[in-house]
Structures are given as C-alpha cells and as structure tokens.
Design a protein around this ligand. Structure first.
Ligand code: NAP
Length: 431
C-alpha cells in the first residue's frame, strides 16, 4: 500500500531516478549525502521501508525533498520509472528476490548487503549482465574504504596472489582496546553500549561477518568462487589479556585477521584472531578502523585503510557506486573459477595453555608436538601467576595448523589442562 497517492515528478532525459530500499542507518545517511551534495543528474524519487510513516516522521527524514514518494509497497517501486534501486535493508530474503526482480526489469542495483553478495553475488552479476544492467556493491566490504572499487578498477591488471586484513570493525575495537589492558567482557559490553556490537555479538566475534567479506574479496582479487560455509572461522572470544602480554614479548599484537591465499587450485582462507607483528600495517589499525593489504605479483603490496562502517562513510561508498552507474562507468569483470578452500596455512603458531602446574607438563606437550612433527621454537612463562592456574606459551616453527590440531587433541585431554588450549597463527610481515 502506498502511503501517499502522489507520484514523483516525471522522468527527465539524462536524469537518473533513484529508489532507496531501507531507511535505516545507511539508508538515511545516503539520503542526507544526496541532499547535501545535489549531484547533477541524480534524483531520489522513492523511499521504501516497512511501516514507512515511522520513518517519514523521523528526524532523519527532514533532509528528504518534499517530492520524494514514501512507500511500503515494493510493487510501487517495480511499477515506477526508477533507473537505480539502492538496497540497504540487509539479509538474504526478501532482498534477493526483490533485487532479481529489479535487475530483470532493467533497473540497475547498488547494495551494501555483504551476506547477499557473498552467497549470491555471482548469480546476481550474471543476471545483471543478461539484462544489460549494473550491479555494484562497493560498500559491502570495509564500508567507506574503497577496497572493492580499488581492486576491481585499480588492481585488476595485476595477478593478486594473497590478501589479508581487518574487515570487522567490532572485533578491531575489542582487540585494540584489549591491547591496552582491558578484559574481553568489559570491552564487549562497551562495544554494545556504543552500538558497535549487536546484543548477540556472534556474527562479529565468531568471524561470520568477516567470512562473508573475505568471500567477496577473494572473488574480486583472486578470481576465486569459494563456498562461504567452508571458510574456517575462529572466535576472538577465547583471547584474553594474558595473550596480549605474551604477544608483546614477541613484538606482536593480536587482531582478527581475514586472509586468503591462492595456491594452485586451492585457496587457503581463514578468519580468526592471529598474532600480527608490530611492523605489519595490520597492527597499526585501531578502534573500528578497517585495513586490507592486497599483494600482487607485479605491483607488490597495496594497503587500503579507513572507516569500515558507520552510516556516513558507508553512504559515501553507496553514492559513489550510484554515480558510477549513472555515468555508465562499466566495472571490470574477469572470469571467476570455483576453488576448493582450506583453512590450513604453513605458519609459526602461538599455543597458550592454562594448567594446574606439576612436573612433566612441558615434556608431555613437547612429546605430543614431536609426535606430529611440530618443532618448538620457544617457551614463554611470565612470572606472577599462581601455580594452580598457570598460563604459559609455546611457539612453534612453521608448520601446518592442521598438524598442530592433531597434537592439541590429546594435549587438551591432559588432567592438568584447565582451559582448551588457544592456538593462533602468527602472521609474517610479508603475509
Ligand atoms: N551500518 C553500517 O555501518 C554498514 C556498513 C557496511 C554495510 N552495511 C550494510 O548495509 C545494509 C543496511 O545496514 P544498516 O546498518 O543501515 O541497517 P538498519 O539500520 O537495520 O536499516 C535497515 C532498514 O531496512 C528496513 N528493512 C529491513 N528489512 C526490511 C523489509 N523486509 N522490508 C522493508 N524494510 C526493511 C529496516 O526497517 P525497520 O526499521 O523496520 O527494521 C531499516 O529501516 C546491510 O546490508 C548492512 O550489512 C552496513
């Protein structure tokens, strides 16, 4: 049902007519950016949202021109003469069906929806090509940081072999605050108060949000179509203050890193907390900042960094895509191949144990590691902890994560082990 029977002004030649689906954090920022910048030839004509009167009466709606049609009828959008549909609702359904309908009707689509693009991006891009329309999603990864357009346009001439970085601002806020001594539960509660983390933080802290973004980045940078659900994720929830103290002794910090590396027909891909050397740019990102390092065979490393989320930075990415569509800038598209995924990396590893101390523990752990062929590089034990709850760390020489996991099974079952051992990959600077 349309709230107002009025239709927006008639199409004008050379003008791009735009419908906004979703008037939430990003949608209302897009409306504000469009109102403030008045880009020539761009006209916001429709805003769609459920229960739309609530949105129309909100303070955020004050910037919206009076002739814009507010509607809660998606059919009114399809029946209209809009050229571009900007989807900012999120989720797979009903967004996928509606965007399919828009593309099939010859309307171009701009979206910030990472889940939809991670799961259905290739199929939607094929549909857009079939109908000679455009699908752009520059805001779907790293919000206002132009990683996607930068890789698509500026780096497509290289052979990208790997990428790594921080694409979840919530985890970066949590871990960079823990670096200064705060504990996980306190920082998570602060992140929730500040609106950086959801009441259920699982999508962020368990790595699912970053996994969707890694899947999109791998498609663009490595031309690899990955099965999203096969990408290994590790939660940051097990990281504690003591790990930052040990990381510092190793001249490292800890970040949630998303990394992917092409290796023949396989892509090694993983999301999780990792030790990052202080000399790596990834260690320099703080708060909700995002940072992606893309490594090319010919061009070497390129670093993208900036505000990965938030209404206004994300709106800039959305509006930039809108302008590209309106100026018929054709995005570069190279063939993508399905690739097997492995979470294994050949890396040094950090193993943290919390034990009820007694003689023979270190030799039992080193025995279990030796049995799978993993070599110990160092053993770190900080003073000042009670013997009945003693945290200590073993670092290994480069080996496969799966090799260590084999050894950690029997080690976890040892009587003295008070917590599940924490196993983190150590990123090398060139990673
Ligand atoms: N926020 C960020 O910093 C950020 C950064 C990068 C990408 N993104 C992506 O941008 C998209 C929008 O995020 P957001 O933060 O703006 O979300 P949001 O604040 O929750 O806004 C979503 C809006 O869409 C409306 N909506 C949702 N489902 C709908 C449906 N089925 N029918 C009609 N209206 C519907 C919601 O209405 P109600 O108010 O009734 O729920 C709300 O107004 C998501 O895909 C997100 O992943 C966000």
């Amino acid at each position: 049902m349309a709230i107002k029977k009025k239709t927006s002004s008639k199409a004008v030649a050379g003008q791009t007519r735009v419908a906004l689906l979703g008037f939430g954090t990003v949608g209302s920022s897009v409306a504000r950016v469009l109102a403030a910048s008045r880009f020539p030839g761009i006209r916001l004509t429709h805003i769609f949202n459920r229960d739309v009167e609530r949105k129309r009466g909100s303070a955020a709606a004050k910037c919206v021109p009076a002739d814009v049609v507010w509607t809660q009828s998606i059919d009114e959008i399809f029946a209209s003469d809009v050229d571009v549909v900007i989807e900012l609702m999120g989720g797979l359904n009903p967004a996928e069906g509606w965007l399919r309908k828009a593309l099939s009707a010859g309307k171009s689509v701009v979206t910030a929806n990472k889940q939809l693009i991670a799961y259905r991006g290739s199929a939607l891009a094929a549909l857009a090509a079939k109908h000679n329309t455009q699908l752009l999603y520059g805001a779907a990864v790293a919000g206002g940081v132009p990683v996607i357009p930068g890789m698509m346009q500026g780096l497509c001439g290289d052979q990208t072999t790997r990428l790594s970085g921080i694409v979840n601002g919530t985890c970066n806020y949590i871990l960079s605050r823990m670096e200064t001594g705060a504990d996980y539960a306190t920082v998570l509660a602060d992140a929730q108060k500040l609106g950086y983390a959801e009441a259920d933080p699982s999508a962020d802290v368990d790595g699912y949000d970053a996994r969707a973004k890694l899947c999109i980045l791998s498609r663009i940078a490595l031309h690899a179509e990955l099965n999203l659900d096969e990408i290994v994720t590790q939660s940051v929830a097990q990281v504690s203050a003591i790990d930052f103290a040990y990381a510092k002794e190793m001249n490292c910090t800890i970040r949630q890193v998303s990394r992917a590396q092409l290796d023949g027909a396989t892509v090694h891909a993983r999301v999780g907390p990792m030790l990052v050397p202080m000399t790596s740019p990834i260690a320099w990102s703080h708060g909700t900042q995002n940072m992606v390092v893309v490594s090319g065979r010919f061009g070497g490393d390129v670093v993208f960094s900036g505000h990965g989320a938030g209404g206004d930075p994300t709106a800039v990415a959305v509006v930039s895509d809108l302008l590209a569509v309106s100026q018929r800038s054709i995005p570069v598209s190279l063939p993508v191949r399905k690739r097997a995924v492995s979470g294994d990396f050949l890396a040094r590893h950090y193993l943290r144990f919390v034990v009820d101390d007694r003689p023979g523990i270190v030799s039992a752990i080193s025995g279990a590691l030796a049995k799978v062929g993993a070599n110990i590089d160092s053993i770190l034990q900080r003073r000042g902890y009670p013997k009945h709850r003693l945290p200590f760390v073993v670092t290994t020489e480069p080996c496969l994560t799966s090799t260590l996991e084999k050894a950690l099974k029997p080690i976890s079952r040892m009587d003295c082990m008070l917590e599940r051992p924490l196993c983190l990959q150590v990123l090398e600077v060139e990673d």
